[in-house]
Design a protein around this ligand. Sequence first.
Ligand SMILES: *[C@@H]1O[C@H](CO)[C@@H](O)[C@H](O)[C@H]1NC(C)=O
Ligand SMILES: *[C@@H]1O[C@H](CO)[C@@H](O)[C@H](O)[C@H]1NC(C)=O
Ligand SMILES: *[C@@H]1O[C@H](CO)[C@@H](O)[C@H](O)[C@H]1NC(C)=O
Ligand SMILES: *[C@@H]1O[C@H](CO)[C@@H](O)[C@H](O)[C@H]1NC(C)=O
Ligand SMILES: *[C@@H]1O[C@H](CO)[C@@H](O)[C@H](O)[C@H]1NC(C)=O
Ligand SMILES: *[C@@H]1O[C@H](CO)[C@@H](O)[C@H](O)[C@H]1NC(C)=O
Ligand SMILES: *[C@@H]1O[C@H](CO)[C@@H](O)[C@H](O)[C@H]1NC(C)=O
Ligand SMILES: *[C@@H]1O[C@H](CO)[C@@H](O)[C@H](O)[C@H]1NC(C)=O
Ligand SMILES: *[C@@H]1O[C@H](CO)[C@@H](O)[C@H](O)[C@H]1NC(C)=O
Ligand SMILES: *[C@@H]1O[C@H](CO)[C@@H](O)[C@H](O)[C@H]1NC(C)=O
Ligand SMILES: *[C@@H]1O[C@H](CO)[C@@H](O)[C@H](O)[C@H]1NC(C)=O
Ligand SMILES: *[C@@H]1O[C@H](CO)[C@@H](O)[C@H](O)[C@H]1NC(C)=O
Length: 702
Amino acid sequence: MVSFFAHFLFFTILLVFSFQPYSQHPLCRRDECLALLQFKESFVIDKHASFDDPFAYPKVNLWKSQGMDCCFWEGIWCDQDTGHVTGLDLSSSCLLGSINFNSSLFHLFHLEHLNLAFNNFNYSKIPSAFANLSSLSYLNLSNSLLAGQIPSELSRLTSLSTLDLAPNYNPFSPTKGWLELKRPNLRSLVENLTSLEYLRLTGTKINSKIPSTLANMSSLRYIRLGDCGLFGEFPMAIFQLPKLQVLTVTYNPGLTGNLPEFHFHNQLMILTVQNTSFSGKLPASIGMLSSLKVLNVSQCNFSGLLPSSLDLSHNKLNGMIPPCIGNFSKSLVSLNLQGNNFKGPIPPMWVTGNNLKMIQLGQNNLKGKLPRSLANCRMLEFLDLGNNHIRDTFPYWLGTLPRLKILILHFNKLYGAINVTESNSLFPSLHIVDLSHNEFVGLLPTKYFNAWSAMVDIDKENTKYWLTYDNCEISGYVFLNAYPYSMTIINKGLKMEYEKIIEIFSTIDLSCNKFEGEIPDVLGRLKGLQLLNLSNNILVGPIPPALGNLKNIETLDLSQNKLTGSIPTQLTQLNFLEVFNISHNHLTGPIPKGQQFDTFDNSSFDGNSGLCGLPLSRKCDNSKASPPPSSTSKGNEDSGLLAKFSWKTVALGYGCGFLVGVVIGNIVFATIREWLMRTYRIRLSRRKGKGSGRLNRIRMMQ
Ligand SMILES: *[C@@H]1O[C@H](CO)[C@@H](O)[C@H](O)[C@H]1NC(C)=O
Ligand SMILES: *[C@@H]1O[C@H](CO)[C@@H](O)[C@H](O)[C@H]1NC(C)=O
Ligand SMILES: *[C@@H]1O[C@H](CO)[C@@H](O)[C@H](O)[C@H]1NC(C)=O
Ligand SMILES: *[C@@H]1O[C@H](CO)[C@@H](O)[C@H](O)[C@H]1NC(C)=O
Ligand SMILES: *[C@@H]1O[C@H](CO)[C@@H](O)[C@H](O)[C@H]1NC(C)=O
Ligand SMILES: *[C@@H]1O[C@H](CO)[C@@H](O)[C@H](O)[C@H]1NC(C)=O
Ligand SMILES: *[C@@H]1O[C@H](CO)[C@@H](O)[C@H](O)[C@H]1NC(C)=O
Ligand SMILES: *[C@@H]1O[C@H](CO)[C@@H](O)[C@H](O)[C@H]1NC(C)=O
Ligand SMILES: *[C@@H]1O[C@H](CO)[C@@H](O)[C@H](O)[C@H]1NC(C)=O
Ligand SMILES: *[C@@H]1O[C@H](CO)[C@@H](O)[C@H](O)[C@H]1NC(C)=O
Ligand SMILES: *[C@@H]1O[C@H](CO)[C@@H](O)[C@H](O)[C@H]1NC(C)=O
Ligand SMILES: *[C@@H]1O[C@H](CO)[C@@H](O)[C@H](O)[C@H]1NC(C)=O
């Protein structure tokens, strides 16, 4: 009895063990196994074929070592019951060669999931035989250098939920090939693909309108149609797709459209329409979208009033700056509204205890007085209110700001004398001050010159840029952003865009005002100065020999004044002087020789009837000996580096600015519901200028 049971048990166990492998993993079908091997053989393995993916490796090379059952091969999975190959993922497998219409791939009739992304199919066409794979629900041929018209047969793959064909061009030779979707067009391709959730055709030449039928494909979650040559009106109904989370139609300059008011429960996470012709107002409800993480609307034509809860730079926004920004300014680190069309006064919205480090409101139509509450911005480092119509006296009361480094008030209607009253409020950290093109009168502010100690000593080794930092949180990730201050000023006679501002850059520009009196000696104290522009005033008296102490000066412009006397020979000690202009004064006597002075031409000296000597044609009276060349010819070696810096600032700024531009992007506007409701964080920015990556940004951060 016992023995019977023992035998029974033994056989049962034997049966279980011997059948288990078969019941769980039927061997793959011989024909499918052969088809796979044949498919493999139709390519050469080439490391460079998957150059876009640093982790690429030839999965197919492992196949033979992985046994006879293809269901165990890398990149393949089979149906548990039938053993049919249902999944093939050979993405990033270094495959080079074309996929032919007779490829054995198309014998894998049961494929549901096919990913051949990141290979090099040598600009071959997508064969119509894909239609044979009628069970496909996932087809990913992105980044695989396929080219030509997408076959109409793809539209028979009615089970498709994912179709990713993008981008299909070589970034290193983008003109060599690309996919087209003309006949069939987008409309007929997707007509019967009613299960589609993910559609990515970025970079495919579609060159048509967006079919309104897309709005009927209620399963769609992701639509990515950037750079497809789309034009015409974007069908608004697409915004109503119930599951839509990602909509990208960037770089279709012909595409017009508006953004609608969104429903509160809208699930949109990413909405990017930059470089299209989308226009109109930004809907106020955008600030309420609970899932929205990325909004990129730069390089469009949005205009109109700001929605109450969000702000943008360099669009065509107009109206008044909404005073509510002040309520957020405790959380703002920087606020950039420059280059819009804001009118009216700067609102008196700067609450005490705010954290603003940067305020850029330049290039608007702001009028009126400067709100005294600006002095509440105790953290302020950079204030640019230039190119507006502000009519007020000099804001000496900002002199109390302990960290203010850059003050740009140029091209306004500021008037009156610059009276220095409080001895303890003299802009202790100022490096860069530009008050040019205003209506200031009176004496030059000697007391300030005496106090601006940040311009006295500079550390030539310092190559750092002024940066500000903020951090933000998107979906649990914390991003630390560093972004440089940038400004546009006139230097060396040119309007220069500084995309980054090196910390040792010191400048004073008081040109184009009505300052009178003499140039004070104390200016000579500011040895760090690289730019001094006092041109176009009513200054009298001599050029102080003390200016010969400005050892780092590169630009010295005293033109268009009423200066008298001779040119101090001490100026020949200024070894880094590149642009020197004392034209249109009443200066007399010989022009010094030597050093930089041998490089200046007539235009530096024009309009002074009493000057003589080279480069002017008027010879000096020989009875008066011309001044000896300066004896100090030393000292140019070590500061030669510095002399080059302001040029480097420009060039380097472009280079680095570009990187930063790529990394931290343009109008990125990250909201998470809680931010809006509780903490309100928005960051917005934008790229401007010669494609050089100059960043102009608004940031509203907690
Ligand atoms: C790629 O295509 C070119 C031209 O069509 C052809 O000469 C070359 O042999 C192809 N390379 C491979 C690996 O198929
Ligand atoms: C497929 O067709 C091409 C060209 O017509 C031919 O060279 C190749 O041998 C064929 N391959 C198979 C597997 O039949
Ligand atoms: C695709 O299917 C058609 C008919 O359904 C057949 O004629 C053709 O041979 C198939 N192609 C391949 C590569 O199996
Ligand atoms: C397509 O495959 C590539 C490479 O595996 C992947 O990065 C991409 O996200 C895939 N696309 C979709 C829609 O899954
Ligand atoms: C879509 O399906 C309908 C009905 O099966 C068919 O008549 C039509 O031709 C199909 N459209 C395309 C573009 O294949
Ligand atoms: C969308 O579907 C509805 C109802 O099924 C139909 O009436 C309408 O014409 C369709 N719209 C488009 C643009 O195909
Ligand atoms: C984006 O738009 C800007 C301004 O319209 C243009 O200068 C730039 O070339 C565009 N970029 C691309 C990639 O189309
Ligand atoms: C913006 O609008 C202006 C006219 O208002 C037009 O000239 C310009 O082409 C538009 N730009 C874009 C990118 O749509
Ligand atoms: C700022 O907030 C206060 C209350 O916290 C509110 O009374 C005031 O109206 C707000 N101001 C603006 C301009 O939103
Ligand atoms: C500057 O001071 C002078 C006299 O001390 C006074 O007349 C003038 O009003 C003051 N100007 C400003 C703008 O405060
Ligand atoms: C000095 O300022 C005036 C007026 O803004 C400007 O025209 C000139 O080019 C500047 N000089 C230099 C050398 O930058
Ligand atoms: C926004 O669009 C610009 C191009 O206009 C692009 O450079 C930037 O990277 C985009 N930002 C994001 C986050 O997509």
